[in-house]
Design a protein around this ligand. Structure first.
Ligand code: FAD
Ligand code: SF4
Length: 321
């Protein structure tokens, strides 16, 4: 493999914040995706990434402008349907276009296998990935909330950073009648791991060697790695994996960054896959046979006790603001 694309033994590590606060608040972590995709779009290129469609399916789309690209901002914690994206990327590369592809590490690895060899016009950015839940779980959850509210859901923020800060993990659903519901039920189902796709329990990318030229994540452990850099509005962990990724990083605009050590930047998904829970098949049997009320209480932390704790936490967070 060309030295330019060869992976470093250890990535170069940066903590990054986008200088535009609105951009950062609309992004999951520090807004590094926007900085990288701005560079590619300004250079006449196209961007591939994941959006949530009107039926709450995560799908990959192609964007050749910032308005379309903005729909890719924010994490959608379900499996994204890649559709015919790989073929479209090849057509763009054949036409001499510069392409940024973003997605989970397995999606990036799949694209690189499909393309066959490194291409100077193809920049790949993968996300450090906890795992992806089946979209069936999200859809059943939304229908449950819709029934309670009596109005269709029109939007979901999987991790509402604007109201609760970067470090908390609370999802907010917005309904057609104007109601807003903040909850941790879907988050708890996600972290329970029963609803992850089977491949995630054997994920080969749970280490510091990643298929992307650049890998991006939430910078958990930032206070130790770069004291004073965290303002609870989001910091991206950026792993530069080869010379190509480094050259692109040096060209990025509107970012504030600090060089860090990989040893201070580790988090569980950089170490090993999460094991398959023993009760995974029981969860899926319950999912098919029982009501969502039951699932939420049994697996989603929505028992009476957890609901009370959640209410106290919400009041506490609002009080501290
Ligand atoms: C399913 C999932 C699990 C994650 N797990 C972790 C984790 O364990 N630890 C951690 O530190 N970070 C994790 N992240 C990454 C993190 O949440 C941010 O994606 C990352 O920090 C980039 O944020 P940003 O501020 O640069 O930009 P944002 O604007 O928030 O980034 C959006 C980027 O995420 C991509 N994206 C969004 N949803 C999906 C999806 N479902 N499938 C594929 N690509 C998607 C978009 O294409 C775009 O490139 C996860 C993200 C997802 C989607
Ligand atoms: S955990 Fe691994 S296998 Fe699962 S979606 Fe993420 S990168 Fe792919």
């Amino acid at each position: 493999m060309n030295d330019y694309y060869k992976k470093f033994e250890k990535p170069i590590v940066f903590a990054v914040k986008h200088k535009n606060l609105i951009t950062r608040l609309n992004s999951r972590s520090g807004g590094i995706f926007t900085a990288i995709s701005d560079y590619v779009l300004d250079d006449g290129g196209v961007v591939y990434g994941c959006i949530l469609d009107e039926k709450f399916n995560a799908v990959h789309i192609r964007a050749d402008n910032k308005l379309e690209r903005d729909k890719m901002m924010g994490s959608k914690y379900i499996q994204s349907n890649i559709g015919d994206t790989l073929k479209k990327v090849r057509l763009d590369l054949d036409a001499g276009k510069k392409v940024l592809f973003t997605g989970t590490s397995c999606q990036v690895a799949g694209l690189l296998k499909f393309i066959g060899e490194s291409n100077q016009n193809l920049l790949c950015v993968d996300i450090v990935c906890h795992g992806v839940p089946s979209s069936k779980v999200l859809h059943k959850y939304i229908r449950w909330q819709e029934k309670k509210v009596g109005s269709p859901c029109v939007g979901i923020d999987f991790r509402n950073k604007k109201d609760y800060g970067w470090s908390s993990h609370i999802e907010t659903l917005v309904f057609a009648n104007g109601t807003k519901i903040s909850s941790e039920v879907f988050k708890n189902l996600f972290y329970g791991h029963q609803c992850l796709r089977p491949a995630c329990y054997k994920c080969p990318f749970k280490n510091i060697v990643h298929p992307g030229d650049i890998t991006i994540a939430d910078y958990w452990g930032i206070d130790k790695a770069a004291p004073g850099f965290n303002d609870n509005k989001g910091v991206s962990l950026v792993l530069i994996n080869n010379k190509f990724g480094n050259e692109i990083f040096e060209k990025l605009k509107n970012i504030e960054y600090k060089k860090c050590r990989i040893e201070d930047s580790m988090q569980p998904p950089l170490e090993a896959p999460f094991p398959e829970p023993k009760n995974r098949s029981k969860f899926w049997t319950d999912f098919e046979r029982k009501s969502f009320n039951y699932l939420a209480a049994r697996y989603g932390g929505n028992s009476f006790l957890s609901r009370t704790k959640h209410t106290i936490k919400k009041i506490f967070v609002k009080f501290l603001k």
